[in-house]
Write a protein that binds this ligand. Structure first.
Ligand code: API
Length: 291
């Protein structure tokens, strides 16, 4: 099947975007993996599908698949690219749209400077909704919130890390580290992603706090590995830092791929994320038929 696609990136987190507003392509996990493959396909961290509104009160549906082919609930950098895509492809003339995702409705808005701001909804803290299995774990109280000690690896060489756990619709485990450049992302990332206490796996964040309004962040993403930026990861890291009393309500997040700005005024409030969204190229590709 030959399909048309648009390659986009938001702070270096890159996407294949598919316009399915005139009919679903009916792709399966194997075909999503093919599109994401950086040698045999187009190459991307995630595949984003733009689909018609499933009902009243929203403008579009937004379906996200990781590079491993699995469908996920949310993608922040992708939401900004979604906004640019629907504008550039004439699918809307609005500056702000309501978009239905697996985890609720988000609202991206085009900024005058070309950056996009997204209302990502309110964070979720109840462990069972992340989901995170806390059986037998004692929360480590920290400035009015808490973190959790996870043991990684086998007895031979186990490491204990302290993570803040929350959901932005998708699951996140955030560590505060002294220096992101020396953080053991490649080693601890997979161990956290696949930790048995996360039945849906988890995105592993490594945050260095520079001051109360500036952080550096690396994220080993569920289903994609370390990416140059992770939008929901930036939201989760800033919310964790604010809840732990370490950050103010507006934070610049420096990632390897670029700068994101996150704002959160506290429990119950939505998280606002602002950052770039860039169209790289358009193309079409022959996708092997599903077996
Ligand atoms: N890997 C994530 C999905 C993409 C999130 C990230 N690309 C973002 O910008 O939020 C997950 O499995 O939950």
């Amino acid at each position: 099947m030959r399909i048309r696609f648009t390659k986009m990136q938001g702070a270096g987190n890159d996407f294949v975007v598919l316009d399915e507003t005139r009919g679903a392509l009916g792709l399966d996990a194997t075909q999503y993996r093919f599109l994401a493959d950086r040698h045999f396909g187009v190459g991307a961290d995630q595949i984003l599908s733009v689909r018609p509104a499933p009902g009243e009160g929203v403008d579009f549906q937004y379906v996200i698949h990781n590079a491993d082919g699995g469908e996920v609930e949310q993608c922040g950098n992708g939401a900004r690219c979604f906004m640019r895509f629907v504008r550039e492809h004439g699918l809307t003339d609005k500056d702000q749209v309501r978009v239905q995702t697996l985890s609720g409705v988000i609202e991206p808005r085009m900024g005058a400077d070309g950056r996009v701001t997204v209302d990502m909804g309110a964070p979720i803290f109840e462990p069972q909704r992340v989901p995170f299995d806390t059986a037998g774990l004692d929360p480590q109280h920290d400035n009015g919130w808490h973190t959790w000690h996870l043991t990684l690896g086998t007895h031979a060489e186990s490491a204990k890390v302290s993570v803040a756990v929350l959901s932005m619709g998708n699951p996140h485990a955030v560590q505060i580290v002294p220096d992101v450049d020396t953080a053991p992302v490649a080693k601890q990332g997979p161990a956290i992603e696949h930790h048995p206490r996360f039945p849906q796996r988890v995105n592993a964040g490594f945050m260095q706090i520079v001051d109360r309004s500036h952080v550096r962040l690396r994220v080993f993403e569920r289903g994609a590995g370390e990416t140059l930026a992770c939008g929901t990861g930036a939201c989760a890291a800033v919310v964790a830092g604010i809840r732990l009393g370490r950050l103010d309500s507006r934070v610049d997040v420096q990632t390897h791929g670029g700068l994101l700005t996150i704002e959160w005024t506290g429990d119950g409030a939505p998280v606002l994320m602002t950052g770039p969204a860039v169209t790289v190229f358009e193309g079409d590709i022959e996708v092997p038929d599903a077996p």
